[in-house]
Design a protein around this ligand. Structure first.
Ligand code: 1YM
Length: 663
C-alpha cells in the first residue's frame, strides 16, 4: 500500500494494490479480526461503533444509535461531523472511499483528536467493508446528504470475489439540516459460517458498558428483529463509572451509598476510578484502557493498587488505627469487598498477554499511581468522608486478622499435606504418564460414576478424582474455610498448583481439568460451585483455558443392528427423523453408564465432547457468580427462571463455552 502522500503516478498502481489489500482481508480474515466465529462477527460492529465513539470522544458527537435489521445487516449512526467527502489532494478519491477501501487509511493517524483511539478493535472500517456483502455510508455534512455504496462482487472472468468495490460513486442526495454519519453493512455469511446473526444480548451488554464508560453519551440500541415492545433500549448515564459500580453492586450489600470517585490527568494519561465497598470478602476490580476491557490487568491496575495501599496505610497511621510498631496492612486488606471500575485513556496502548487483555505501557503505572494517591489522600482528608474512611480502615484491620489466621491454617495444611499426602489424595487415581501437557484430570460427581470412570479411562494420561458430596460454596467462605474443606483440598493437592496468592501455574500437573457432572439440577450446582472455586482462587487456570466441562450424552438411540448417542435434543431429532423401529434410552446420570460406555461417549478424546470454559467478560462472570452463589435469593431465582435451560449442559450461561479444538 502506498503512503497517503504518494505521487500521482504511484496512485494508479497503488489503487490496484489497495483493492488487492481488501481481497487479502477476505483470504485471511482471522489476521484482521482474530476469528470468524460469532466473536469476529461482532468485531465488525464494534469497529464501526468505535468510530462513532471516537467522534464523541473528540467532542463532536453526543449520540450513537445501533440498529440490528431483519435482513441480518447492522447500522450505526452518530451525530458528529459526518465522514469527510472532499477529494484527497494527492489521491483524487473522496474521503469516504479512502476510509472504506484502504486498510488503515483515514485522518485518525497522527491526529491529536484521536490520540486515545482504541487500538485493539481498530482494524479499520475498510476491514468491515471487505468482510461484508455490501455496505452503505451516509454522510450528513456541510448541509448536504452524501451517500456511497460498496459491494463485494463476483467476477466471472477471473472467477474471483472482489471485496468492497464502490458502486455508483459518491452520490449527492440533497440538502439536509442534519449532521452525522450512518453506516450500514451486511456481514458476508460465506465468511462467518459459524453464525452470521448478531446476538442481541452481546450487543446490548457492550453498548451499556460503553455508555457507562462515556459519561452522558446517549446510546440507543434498536433490535428490529425483536418483539414490538422490546425493540428499543436507551443507555445514558449521567454518573458514568460511578453509576457502573452501583450497577455492578446491585445484587450485593454496599457499605456506603455513593461510590468514591477519583479522577485526574498526568503526562497524557487520563484516569478515573469509582469504588464502592460491600460486605463481600472478594474484590472485583474491572479495568479499561481506551474503553477496551483489560481482563488481565496491567500497569494501570498496578498503579491503582499501589496508590490505594499507600494512601490507606498513611491514613490508618494518621488516625492511630496503626501504631508505630505495627506493620503496614496488605493491599488485599484494603480491597476486601471492594468493587471498582478503573478506566484510563492512554496514547499508543500496548496490549499483551494471552488474550491481549493486559496493558503493558510502563509509563502508565507511575501516572495512575500519582493521580490516585493525590485524589485519594484528598478524599480521606475531607472531614465529611471521615466516617466512611474509618469504616474502610476497620474492615481492613479485620481482614488482616483473618488473613493471618488463614495463613496459619494454610501452614498447618501444608505441614499436614507433606506429612499425610497419601490420605489426602487417597481418592485420586492418578495416571502413569508424566507429561503434564498431555495429562487430564477428571473431577467426577459421585463415587459410582467415579468408579466407572476409573475402570473406563486410559490410565496413561487420565486421572480420576471422584467427589463425594457437594463441595462447599466457595463464594460464601473465606480462604481458611475453603482450605479446611476436604473436597477442595483434594482438588488443590491433585492439581499441584496451590491457590490464591500462592497459585503457581507452572506446577500444574494436568493441562486439562475436566468437570464431569450429571445433566440435572444437582450436577449443574456442583459444576457452578467448582467453577466459582476456580474463578475465585485459581483464576489463571481458567484464563489460560485449562478448565473444561465434559458432556455425557443425554440419549442412546437403538435400532436393530446399530446404536448411536445424542448429546442434545437437536441431535436426538436428527438421529430419529424419518426413522422407524428405534428405542430411546435417556441417561439421567453418569452412574447409569458402564465403564465402556463412559469411555466411549465421554472420555475418549476421539469421540467425546468437551467444552472449554473461558473468561471473556470479567464483569459478566463476576455478576453471574454473585447471582448464582451469593446471599441474595431473589436475583438468583430470577436468573434461573429467566434462563430456564440453565441446567442443560450446553447452556451454562456464565461462560463462553467452546467446543474443544480437534487437532
Ligand atoms: C457510524 C460510524 O465513522 N463517524 C465519523 C468518522 C469520522 C469523522 C466523523 C471525521 C473525522 C475527521 C474529520 C478527522 C472519520 N473516521 C475516519 C476513520 N461513525 C463514524 N465521524 N471529519 C470527520 O479525523 O479529522 C476518518 S474520518 F478513518 F477513522 F474511519
Amino acid at each position: 500500500m502506498p503512503p497517503i502522500n504518494a505521487s500521482n503516478d504511484a496512485y494508479n498502481a497503488g489503487k490496484i494494490q489497495v483493492l488487492e489489500g481488501l481481497d487479502a482481508v477476505r483470504m485471511r480474515p482471522g489476521m484482521y479480526i482474530g476469528t470468524t466465529s460469532v466473536r469476529g462477527l461482532h468485531h465488525l460492529l464494534w469497529e464501526i461503533v468505535d468510530n462513532g465513539i471516537d467522534e464523541a470522544l473528540a467532542g463532536y458527537a453526543t449520540e450513537i444509535a445501533v440498529t440490528l435489521h431483519k435482513d441480518g445487516s447492522a447500522s450505526v449512526w452518530d451525530n458528529g461531523r459526518g465522514v469527510p467527502v472532499d477529494e484527497h489532494p494527492q489521491l483524487h478519491v473522496s474521503g469516504i472511499e479512502l476510509i472504506y477501501t484502504r486498510l488503515h487509511a483515514g485522518g485518525k493517524f497522527g491526529n491529536e483528536n484521536y490520540a486515545y483511539s482504541g487500538g485493539l478493535h481498530g482494524v479499520g472500517a475498510s476491514v468491515v467493508n471487505a468482510l461484508s456483502k455490501w455496505m452503505t455510508v451516509d454522510s450528513f455534512r456541510d448541509w448536504t446528504h452524501y451517500q456511497m455504496r460498496f459491494e463485494t462482487i463476483w467476477d466471472e472472468k477471473d472467477k474471483k470475489w472482489h471485496a468492497g468495490k464502490p458502486v455508483g460513486g459518491l452520490q449527492k442526495l440533497g440538502n439536509t439540516r442534519k449532521r452525522g454519519t450512518l453506516v450500514r453493512f451486511l456481514p458476508d455469511d460465506t465468511i462467518f459460517t459459524e453464525d452470521h446473526r448478531f446476538n442481541s444480548e452481546t450487543v446490548s451488554r457492550r453498548l451499556r458498558e460503553l455508555a457507562y464508560l462515556n459519561k452522558g453519551l446517549k446510546i440507543t440500541f434498536i433490535d428490529e428483529r425483536a418483539k414490538e415492545d422490546q425493540r428499543e433500549t436507551r443507555f445514558c448515564y449521567a454518573g458514568g463509572i460511578a453509576d457502573y459500580v452501583k450497577y455492578l453492586n446491585r445484587d450485593k450489600t454496599p457499605l456506603h451509598d455513593e461510590p468514591i470517585l477519583l479522577e485526574g490527568k498526568k503526562d497524557d494519561v487520563v484516569c478515573a476510578v469509582a469504588m464502592q465497598y460491600t460486605d463481600a470478602y472478594t474484590e472485583s476490580v474491572f479495568s479499561y484502557v481506551n474503553n477496551i476491557p483489560t481482563g488481565e490487568g496491567g500497569t494501570h491496575e498496578m498503579g491503582f493498587r499501589s496508590a490505594l495501599t499507600k494512601a490507606f496505610n498513611d491514613y490508618a497511621r494518621r488516625i492511630g488505627a496503626l501504631k508505630e510498631k505495627d506493620a503496614n496492612l496488605a493491599g488485599e486488606d484494603f480491597r476486601e469487598g471492594l468493587t471498582a471500575v478503573l478506566t484510563v485513556m492512554v496514547k499508543n496502548p500496548q496490549f499483551e498477554g494471552q488474550t491481549k487483555g493486559k496493558l503493558g505501557n510502563s509509563e502508565v503505572k507511575p501516572a495512575v499511581e500519582s493521580i490516585i494517591s493525590l485524589r485519594l489522600a484528598e478524599f480521606l482528608e475531607n472531614l465529611k468522608n471521615g466516617e466512611l474512611a474509618q469504616k474502610i480502615v476497620e474492615k481492613a484491620v479485620k481482614s488482616a486478622k483473618v488473613r493471618e489466621a488463614a495463613r496459619k491454617a494454610r501452614d498447618v495444611a501444608r505441614a499436614r499435606n507433606s506429612l499425610e499426602a497419601a490420605p489426602l489424595v487417597g481418592k485420586l487415581s492418578s495416571c502413569t504418564g508424566r507429561k503434564a501437557v498431555e495429562n487430564e484430570l477428571f473431577i467426577v460427581e459421585g463415587d459410582s460414576a467415579g468408579g466407572s470412570a476409573k475402570q473406563g479411562r486410559d490410565r496413561h494420561f487420565q486421572a480420576i478424582l471422584p467427589l463425594r458430596g457437594k463441595p462447599l460454596n466457595a463464594e460464601k467462605k473465606r480462604l481458611d474455610q475453603v482450605l479446611a474443606n476436604e473436597e477442595f483440598r483434594s482438588i488443590i493437592t491433585a492439581l499441584g498448583t496451590n491457590i490464591d496468592e500462592d497459585f503457581d501455574i507452572s506446577a500444574l500437573k494436568y493441562h486439562k481439568v475436566i468437570i464431569l457432572s450429571d445433566a440435572d439440577q444437582d450436577g449443574a450446582h456442583i459444576r457452578a460451585i467448582l467453577l466459582t472455586f476456580f474463578y475465585r482462587y485459581m483464576r489463571e487456570l481458567v484464563a489460560q483455558g485449562h478448565v473444561y466441562i465434559g458432556m455425557p450424552p443425554l440419549y442412546l438411540v437403538k435400532r436393530p443392528g446399530s446404536q448411536e448417542y445424542a448429546y442434545d435434543d437437536k441431535e436426538l431429532r436428527r438421529l430419529t427423523a424419518g426413522k422407524k423401529n428405534y428405542t430411546i434410552q435417556r441417561y439421567k446420570g453418569l452412574g447409569e453408564m458402564n465403564p465402556e460406555q463412559l469411555w466411549e461417549t465421554t472420555m475418549d478424546p476421539a469421540h467425546r465432547k468437551l467444552m472449554r470454559v473461558t473468561l471473556e467478560d470479567a464483569a459478566r462472570e463476576d455478576e453471574i457468580i454473585t447471582i448464582l452463589m451469593g446471599d441474595k435469593v431473589d436475583p438468583r431465582r430470577e436468573y434461573i427462571i429467566s434462563h430456564a435451560e440453565f441446567n442443560k449442559q450446553d447452556n451454562f450461561e456464565s461462560h463462553q463455552l467452546e467446543k474443544e479444538q480437534k487437532n
